[in-house]
Design a protein around this ligand. Structure first.
Ligand code: NAD
Length: 430
């Protein structure tokens, strides 16, 4: 097992599998909105599970890599979801992420369903040529199930716009079609959307700002700790820094960087580029700590922006933040969620907080269909409208039903999916 796989495997002590955890949120929501047990069984079963073994000749020798595409629900539109390259990307995790995508698309109200893909390997052990081979092999295995009207792929953890470009090229070579809308998060030159690279973080900032305004808080008095310094984490660090929040800690897979006086995310990014980790920026008032330290630091807002299963029953007691903004998918286990609710910690859930990514992916898909491209201002404005509208609906539900933001979000999302299922007659037996 690689070091990355060991550290990832070490954080799986929830009694529930990742898919069971998401199912618990869905079941609670379906109970609350009065869906029958028979209907619940149907809506909670993934529509299709595609798996394959990618046989790839790498520079390290021949490899057989498990690969997945889970198509959870398409009642509201074509399947949509990213592809993750990670040693932990097993079927249970991919199923959980596919279900989360379906709920997220419904919460943000874009006409798409939910899917997710994964390849179980550690991309840090392979060079660019091997990653390209693995990316193309994934599409060779999965292309019959993908397409602009069927299932639209995208980046996720350790997959990039460059990888989306290779995947699009492989797909179009096999099918002989020009079909940029089969994948989003592409480089601009291949039909990507302006604003997609910052969309996840920007969407979360709109939601956080709306919450902060509603609670009459002042960003200048709020201290933020962010776990993960990748696409999502590094961009939100910069945006919140610009908006006046104090970024007191940043972390990545190698460690945590902490400074009570505040960090400058641009400087940390430069140091990480040169030194391989955020901890390379240690010095002056900034101290390097181990990776897990980030969760227990004294701060007002904690932003998990790395992987799932980070806030668990065994470590939730050490969390001091009063607001958790879930930029990662499924970072909090249901057991930890219940404890946070008892302690009155506000958790703004992934299915809203990080929905800016899929929203601009949806915009990218719309632009590809029209072959007509929007300006950055248009994308930004439409993203803002979508995030604020979804937040307002969610907040109203939280107050009307006295439930957590997560429960309200799952109720809204599952209500919309359930209605579409019923209208399609998907619950009827023929
Ligand atoms: P990324 O690959 O760009 O970055 C992942 C980051 O997490 C890296 O900085 C890595 O060092 C860090 N990391 C890995 N293991 C860690 C650990 N144990 N402790 C601390 N940091 C660790 O991925 P990303 O696109 O930023 O995605 C991060 C999370 O956000 C994922 O849960 C993903 O599903 C979610 N998300 C991303 C998007 C998007 O548009 N990028 C959209 C929605 C949700």
């Amino acid at each position: 097992m690689t070091a990355a796989a060991q550290s990832a495997a070490a954080v799986r002590p929830s009694t529930m599998s990742p898919f069971e955890q998401v199912k618990k949120h869905i079941t609670d929501a379906l109970d609350a909105i009065g869906v029958t047990d028979a209907e619940a069984e149907i809506v909670m079963t993934p529509n299709a599970i595609r798996d394959a073994t990618l046989e790839v000749e790498t520079k390290k020798g021949p490899r057989k890599l498990p690969a997945y595409r889970v198509q959870f629900n398409n009642a509201r539109g074509p399947y949509k979801g990213g592809i993750r390259f990670h040693p932990n990307a097993d079927l249970e995790e991919v199923k959980a992420l596919a279900a989360t995508m379906a709920v997220k698309c419904a919460v943000i109200d874009v006409p798409l369903g939910g899917a997710k893909g994964g390849v179980a390997f550690d991309p840090k052990e392979y060079d660019r040529d091997d990653i390209e081979k693995i990316s193309r092999a994934y599409i060779r295995a999965m292309h019959p199930y993908l397409g602009i009207d069927i299932d639209i792929a995208a980046p996720d953890v350790y997959t990039t716009p460059e990888i989306m470009g290779w995947m699009l090229d492989e797909y179009e070579t096999i099918t002989g079609k020009n079909e940029p809308g089969m994948i989003t998060g592409k480089p601009l030159v291949l039909g990507g959307s302006v604003g997609r690279d910052t969309a996840t973080a920007q969407g979360a900032v709109h939601v956080l700002q709306a919450y902060v305004r509603e609670q009459d808080l002042d960003p200048n008095n709020l201290r933020v700790a962010i776990q993960g310094f990748g696409n999502a984490g590094s961009v939100i660090a910069k945006l919140l820094h610009e908006a006046g929040y104090t970024i007191i800690a940043l972390s990545d897979s190698k460690g945590t960087l902490h400074d009570t006086n505040g960090l400058d995310p641009d400087r940390v990014e430069e140091a990480k580029k040169a030194g391989g980790s955020v901890t390379a920026a240690a010095g002056g008032g900034a101290e390097a700590l181990d990776g897990t330290a980030i969760l227990a630091l004294d701060c007002d807002i904690l932003i998990p922006a790395a992987l799932d299963n980070q806030i668990r029953e065994d470590n939730v007691g050490s969390i001091r933040a009063k607001i958790i903004l879930e930029l990662a998918n499924n970072p909090t286990t249901p057991e930890a969620d219940a404890i946070l609710a008892e302690r009155d910690v506000t958790v703004i859930p992934d299915v809203l907080a990080n929905a800016g990514g899929v929203t601009v992916s949806y915009f990218e898909w719309v632009q590809n269909r029209q072959q007509y491209y929007w300006t950055k201002e248009e994308v930004d404005e439409r993203l803002k409208q979508k995030m604020l509208a979804a937040y307002a609906t969610l907040s109203a539900r939280v107050h009307a039903e006295s439930v957590s933001y997560r429960d309200a979000a799952y109720r809204i999302g599952m209500e919309r999916i359930h209605r579409a299922m019923a209208q399609r007659g998907r619950y009827e037996t023929h």
